[in-house]
Design a protein around this ligand. Structure first.
Ligand SMILES: *[C@@H]1O[C@H](CO)[C@@H](O)[C@H](O)[C@H]1NC(C)=O
Length: 653
């Protein structure tokens, strides 16, 4: 019932962007002049975030490049854990904007580079490198990203967040606007035209006392330009672009880059504040494709699970009816199929310790994903709430140590395990240890590269503290309750002597089964995967959590069904080693995920340097590992439930 409500809400949410901002952030009212009570602000703050690019995985902080810095010591906004860990660095900027005050052409600062100074060469080289790798600025005004918009061929306006820091023309290939295509070289965008659209508050309760001098910001769009301003002044008439070439720095000549900006305020009362994100989200590509694909895979899944359920139920009923008939009738020596292995199905597996630890961690990941997605699709983690998604996921993971310890302990105890101390320790250390270890190695690389994504030492210590001081004790608590309970009772007794497994055909051998098992779940998610990878690597905003929740449910269903089906076939072939196999069957989906990530790397991203590639695959490995835990656990528990069910209905003497 409860889940029904959540799913319904999610669907509604996916359908309408209106209720997307349920508990959204409060609107900020701006006005020309602040009143005494300061119910509105006159200064519109512009923040700069880290720069990133599709051609490298390494983001850089704004101050990594030699741009203008603010003179006063204005403070950076407080960032949450998710933002810090994932490399966002929001800083104040020297661009000063007053509400409803147009600026025609204002100088921010002038940077001089002379040939004599080695430092200047270095700074210029950093700029050049950034431009040739297509690094993009990400500015933030009123908690909204600053966007660049352009017309597409089919007369639609397409807006993306951020804008390039410069452009280049090289071998007939150009990333510049047509005006500056003549000469090969690098051009820096040193001038920005900001257009701020606002909704006037004249007719609203909150704004009418200001008499049309108040409003709320709807959108901020930027058009970057490259202008060779002479002598540190702002001159928009000049159409000559500012080239950054080595010969500009010859002998007596020095290079000057003057950063300038203009601001235009435009009133637009047609757009409501609550729907101000729509223009960014709507111009995201492929929204329709996504609808189509999700419906498609939903239909396939419904159809498939209907079939699976029917086949399983019918054959099972027949089997059970026959078994029980034989029992009632003459002597019961004519046993066949899965009933034959009743004395072995619950024989504990080899490496039971590892399996139970993986299952415990898998439950942790599963619960974390479920709750995070539920929150996200209820609108708590909208893109306006920067970094909230990742913070939520991490905090949940830490808090969910208890279920992990509990599940791991119970499974381990039912395997007849005695080494409960190692079990708890491994559960609390293995999976987080692997993730943290990989993360730490990548952090060293980022650090060496001076990237903004390198997390500060204090945050690293904080993460360790979360793990050791919160997650580990919680796991111990969970494990304590798990071990105190009696071991799970199995419906049939296990024989003393293991049965011989007959020769298997190619289809029922372990490896082909495992490889086949992952195909179906992966097939259901891979279209969504494309968007998720885009949002991670191409800084495209991801907001369709309604879709994602649906896809997650589909994934759970397909994982469970394929594992149960294959499990049934294997038992019919009298092969009773199902514990590990059920885990690996659905867990193999992660391998396909890895292949897809490789494919994405080679086709979509243009990454060339080794450090970047290393980081990409490092993050991919973490993702694949967690995904393996998730899918493997789903498969295992589905199979476990299924086997307990079928062996509890047949009569065994
Ligand atoms: C700013 O410039 C725009 C466009 O030229 C104009 O429509 C608007 O009225 C100006 N705003 C102010 C406050 O001067």
């Amino acid at each position: 019932m409860k889940w029904g409500v959540v799913i319904t809400l999610c669907l509604i949410n996916a359908l309408s962007t209106e209720c997307f901002y349920l508990p959204g952030l409060a609107p900020v009212n701006y006005c020309k002049r602040e009143d005494e009570q300061a119910t509105c602000k006159s200064e519109v703050k512009l923040y700069v975030n880290r720069l990133n690019t599709e051609e490298s995985v390494i983001p850089y902080e704004y101050s990594h490049f030699d741009f203008c810095v603010p003179h006063d010591d204005s403070k950076s906004p407080v960032e949450n854990l998710g933002q810090v860990v994932f490399g966002e660095r929001i800083r104040p900027s020297p661009y000063k904007i007053q509400f409803m005050k147009n600026e025609s052409c204002t100088v921010v600062c002038t940077k001089k580079y002379s040939d004599k100074n080695a430092d200047d060469h270095l700074r210029l080289a950093t700029l050049r490198r950034g431009i040739s790798l297509n690094y993009k600025h990400h500015w933030i005004v009123d908690n909204m990203p600053v966007t660049t918009c352009f017309d597409t061929k089919d007369n639609r306006i397409y807006c993306t967040t951020g804008f390039q820091m410069g452009c280049y023309t090289r071998n007939r290939r150009s990333t510049c606007v047509p005006q500056i295509e003549e000469q090969d070289g690098l051009y820096i965008y040193n001038h920005v035209d900001l257009t701020i659209t606002y909704h006037s508050g004249m007719k609203e309760e909150w704004g009418n006392k200001f008499g049309g001098n108040a409003g709320r910001i709807i959108s901020v769009k930027v058009v970057p330009r490259s202008i060779d301003h002479k002598a540190g002044t702002c001159n928009l008439q000049n159409t000559e672009p500012l080239r950054l070439t080595k010969d500009r720095l010859s002998d007596s000549k020095s290079l000057e880059i003057t950063y300038t900006y203009s601001v235009t305020f435009i009133q637009n009362n047609l757009v409501k504040w609550s729907s101000r994100w729509d223009y960014i989200l709507e111009s995201m590509p492929y929204t329709n494709i996504q609808w189509f694909s999700i419906l498609n895979s939903l239909v396939i899944v419904l159809f498939l699970s209907g079939m699976v359920a029917m086949i399983l139920l019918r054959t099972l009923y027949k089997d059970i009816a026959r078994y029980n008939q034989i029992d009632n009738g003459e002597d019961a020596q004519e046993e066949f199929g899965w009933k034959l292995v009743h004395g072995d199905v619950f024989r504990p597996p080899r490496k039971g310790m590892l399996l139970s630890v993986l299952l415990g961690s898998g439950i942790q990941v599963f619960c974390m994903t479920l709750v995070t997605l539920a929150f996200a699709c209820l609108g708590f983690l909208s893109p306006a709430n920067r970094g909230a998604l990742m913070t939520c996921a991490m905090v949940l993971y830490v808090l969910l140590g208890s279920p992990a310890g509990y599940v791991s302990a119970r499974i381990y105890k039912s395997f007849g395990g005695e080494k409960w101390k190692s079990n708890v320790l491994l559960t609390s250390m293995l999976a987080p240890g692997i993730v943290f270890g990989l993360f730490f190695i990548m952090n060293i690389v980022l650090w060496a590269k001076g990237s903004s994504a390198a997390i500060p030492f204090s945050t690293l210590v904080g993460l360790l503290a979360l793990w050791w001081l919160v997650s580990v004790p919680l796991t111990f608590v969970g494990a304590f309750f798990g071990f105190r309970k009696r071991a799970i009772e199995h419906p049939v007794r296990t024989n003393q002597i293991p049965r011989l497994i007959p020769e298997q055909t190619i289809y029922t051998q372990p490896l082909p089964g495992i490889i086949m098992g992952g195909v179906l779940p992966f097939g259901c998610i891979f279209i969504q995967l494309f968007f998720i990878l885009n949002s991670i690597w191409s800084s495209q905003m991801y907001y369709m959590f309604g879709f994602l929740f649906l896809v997650f449910i589909i994934l759970v269903i397909t994982c469970a069904e394929t594992t149960v089906l294959l499990c049934y076939f294997h038992l019919c072939a009298e092969d009773y080693h199902w514990w590990w196999r059920s885990y690996l069957t659905s867990g193999f989906t992660a391998f396909y995920l890895f292949l897809y990530c490789c494919h994405y790397f080679y086709t979509k991203l243009q990454i060339e340097d080794a450090a970047s590639a290393f980081l990409y695959f490092g993050y991919t490995l973490i993702m694949v590992f967690l995904f393996n835990l998730l899918t493997g656990t789903i498969g295992f528990f589905a199979c476990f439930w299924f086997i307990r069910k079928i062996y509890s209905v047949v009569k065994v003497d």
